[in-house]
Design a binder for this molecule. Structure first.
Ligand SMILES: [Zn+2]
Length: 64
């Protein structure tokens, strides 16, 4: 067994919290554990760094 980790790490664009995950692929979403913002994985680099973008959640709650 290789001891190479599959751990991924990224930084929340909102609060700069370092987010670690074991297995994510581009297009998946996750919630920042710090600010609870919904983030989408734009890219997973060969260095196992996550490129994260905040997602505008469509709440359909604009007070209509
Ligand atoms: Zn955050």
């Amino acid at each position: 067994m290789s001891d190479a980790t599959t751990q991924l790490a990224g930084t929340c664009p909102e609060c700069d919290f370092t987010i670690e995950a074991e297995d994510l692929t581009a297009g998946e979403t996750l919630a920042c554990p710090e600010c609870l913002l919904t983030l989408r994985v734009d890219e997973v680099t060969p260095e196992r760094a996550l490129s994260l973008t905040a997602v505008e959640v469509d709440l359909r709650d604009w007070g209509q």
